[in-house]
Design a protein around this ligand. Structure first.
Ligand code: COA
Ligand code: AMP
Length: 627
């Protein structure tokens, strides 16, 4: 697709029919669309109105029909169990057809929700694609969340069926999933009709209940089913993400727009031709896993690596390089924190030596800002372009990136490069006025949004409008802040809200504050994300105790840490609590979280004129001063 980025980008904004019409030709349609973008009754108009297609057909069946059935589709690498397994497109077709049939036999119909609670595995990918095959809407929940978070998602999505693994394996730990699911069912108001367990020998589930079955048995007896043509505007999945309240947002992904955007990205951004191997070392529970472990590579007829392990310790910090060489990976995608973890353990990169990475064209990083040191270290180690690209669960694909497949442009360390097709990105001041080059502000996208971006939240149109569309008229508010330089490169520097990014995982400080506030000894609290050399940010709690409470900091800290782990999950990595005399606030009662964060990060904060009592900050300066 070599060409000129600027003219393609201009075309995507000025002649979207032409640009996206060309892209849509890459997909197999059961019925052509009649209108490129809908008329806008919903929060965000949907794409390819009137068209019908099936995501599983586009990702699997059509490749088999075109004679590529024997090509590898899934390359499962699980250093935590010692299993390596390859699944061809033809095998994947058979597996999804039977899994779809099994779900149908259990009463799952088009539009029903299926919750998937599984680690990175062939089974998870089959479950997702089987949902797409029969038009059921999947909602994958990341394994690191606690039962309460699972229960919230069960109540919001009201799944008819849950497909779970009997356990996950985190390094040396085996985590049983059935007790977590049972606890979630006890907490939730909604109860799914049936639960299927993929039985793993490390910790099999108890299948004695009448509404519990073995996934393998059910599949073995299932009748295969064909792909159902779905409206391009139908939801393919719901994926929950953290917002500014404790209630997660159910991001809805439509079918046609999403597939079109992904199809474009595989060539334009990732430069990965059909037949090559693609590897996103993420988790199927996150958006990167949905888009780039599952849908995009398979859509583009790439073999996709499914990695069940960690960048370090499974078995060592050379695992990425070893598997890249083994599978001749062409494009590799991970989170900056994974690279920082490798760099910490193997600063000279000696474990990369001896591996033939000649097929590798570029490395892509997202999930959090890539600090220039990490980017330069990786570039020097591999001698390949390292592309930091900016993403959100809401957008489903990159908002900004360096379009490696179109044009080799200079990459500026610290920047996420330039807007991708259809993304009209502006930096705005607090009045919504556009800022000039290099001026810091809120980053927003001018409406309409390109295909792939979430058209709404599950059962919550109004919440979508309030969260994204109300603040700046005519724009989608990203929640990120930064600046655009004179060459149009976008620098994403942090959030404008209280969302915290821990190891590329998006977490809500409000959800953690709810847990701290529920403790009987806590009068007031706040949770702030402070800088961490490995994970980017770590959440830290500040609590004020009720008068007369004599608990010491270590004791209450341990209780609160355990409470957050039990309520939200280990993934929150909540490990530090300070007991303070007071919280710094404005006169109107707003907690000055940013000021605390700046003090903790060693920055001298600009004290807001509206602060109620500036002397409160002295206590924070003292406690947070570097040792
Ligand atoms: N299921 C259950 N528990 C999980 C989990 C999962 N899928 N993922 C993480 N956890 C647990 C971990 O076991 C750990 O628990 P612990 O407190 O008992 O040790 C906790 O959640 C924190 O996990 P993590 O953030 O992964 O920290 P870590 O110290 O185990 O590993 C890194 C550090 C940098 C190696 C790891 O964070 C990493 O690989 N990050 C990449 C993130 C990524 O791919 N993000 C996707 C966005 S693109
Ligand atoms: P998630 O929805 O979990 O993918 O998290 C999205 C958020 O992660 C964004 O809103 C940003 O705050 C942050 N983020 C993701 N990618 C980048 C990046 N390349 N640079 C800076 N921040 C990023």
């Amino acid at each position: 697709m070599a060409g000129d980025y600027r003219s393609l980008y201009r075309q995507s904004l000025e002649q979207p029919e032409l640009f996206w019409g060309q892209v849509a030709k890459k997909l197999s349609w059961d019925e052509p669309y009649s209108q490129l973008v809908g008329d806008g009754a919903e929060p965000i108009p949907r794409w390819f109105v009137g068209g019908k297609l099936n995501a599983c057909y586009n990702c699997v069946d059509r490749h088999v029909e075109a004679g590529h059935g024997d090509d590898a589709a899934l390359l499962y690498e699980s250093p935590v169990t010692g299993i390596s397994r390859s699944v061809s497109f033809a095998e994947l077709q058979g597996m999804t057809a039977r899994a779809g049939g099994a779900m149908r036999a259990l009463g799952v119909e088009t539009g029903d929700r299926v919750l998937i609670y599984m680690p990175n595995s062939v089974e998870a990918v089959v479950a997702m694609l089987a949902c797409a095959r029969i038009g059921a809407i999947h909602s994958v929940v990341f394994g690191g969340f606690a039962p309460r978070e699972l229960a919230t998602r069960i109540d919001d999505a009201t799944p008819k069926l849950v497909i779970a693994a009997s356990c996950g394996i985190e390094g040396a730990k085996t985590l049983e999933y059935q007790p977590m699911l049972d606890e979630a069912y006890a907490l939730a108001s909604h109860r799914p009709d049936h639960t299927l367990f993929w039985q793993r020998e490390q910790a099999p589930a108890d299948l004695s209940g009448s509404d519990v079955s073995d996934w393998a048995d059910v599949l073995a007896n299932a009748e295969p089913v064909d792909c159902v043509p779905m409206a391009a505007t139908d939801p393919l999945y719901i994926l929950y993400t953290s917002g500014t309240t404790g209630q997660p947002k159910g991001i809805v992904r439509d079918t046609g727009g999403y597939l079109a955007a992904l199809a474009w990205s595989m060539e334009g951004i990732y430069d990965c031709p059909p037949g090559a191997t693609y590897w996103a070392a993420s988790d199927v529970g996150w958006v990167v896993g949905h888009s780039y472990i599952v849908y995009a590579p398979l859509l583009n007829r790439n073999a996709t690596v499914i990695f069940e392990g960690k960048p370090i310790g499974t078995p060592d910090a050379g695992i990425f390089w070893q598997l890249m060489a083994k599978h001749k990976v062409r494009s590799f995608f991970t989170a900056p924190t994974a690279i920082r973890a490798i760099k910490q353990v193997d600063p000279d990169g000696s474990l990369a030596g001896g591996h033939d990475l000649s097929e590798l064209k570029a490395i892509f990083l997202a999930g959090e800002r890539t600090d220039p040191d990490t980017l330069v270290w990786l570039e020097n180690l591999l001698g390949k372009p390292v592309v930091d690209h900016w993403w959100q669960t809401e957008t489903g694909w990159a908002i900004c990136a360096s379009p490696v497949g179109i044009e080799k442009m200079a990459i500026k360390a610290g920047s996420t490069s330039v807007p991708m097709p259809g993304w009209d990105i502006r930096c705005l001041d607090s009045d919504g006025e556009e800022l000039g080059a290099d001026e810091n502000g809120a980053i927003a996208a001018k409406l309409p949004l390109p295909p792939g971006a979430a058209p709404t939240l599950w059962n919550a149109d109004e919440r979508y409008r309030e969260a994204y569309l109300q603040r700046y008229e005519g724009y989608y508010q990203s929640g990120d802040a930064g600046y655009i330089d004179e060459d149009g490169h976008v620098f994403v520097m942090g959030r404008t809200d209280d969302v915290i990014n821990v190891a590329g995982h998006r977490l809500s400080s409000a959800a953690m504050e709810e847990v701290l506030a529920a403790h009987p000894d806590v009068a007031e609290c706040c949770v702030v994300g402070i800088a961490d050399a490995l994970k980017g940010q770590l959440p830290v709690g500040f609590v004020v105790l009720k008068s007369g409470v004599a608990t010491d900091e270590a004791e209450i800290g341990a209780q609160l840490i355990a409470d957050v782990r039990a309520s939200i999950g280990p993934v929150a990595a909540f490990r530090q609590v300070y007991v303070m005399e007071k919280l710094p606030k404005t006169r109107s009662g707003k907690i000055l979280r940013k000021t605390i964060r700046q003090l903790a990060d060693g920055e001298e904060p600009q004290i807001p004129a509206t602060i109620e009592d500036a002397t409160v900050l002295d206590g924070y300066r003292e406690r947070l001063a570097p040792a």
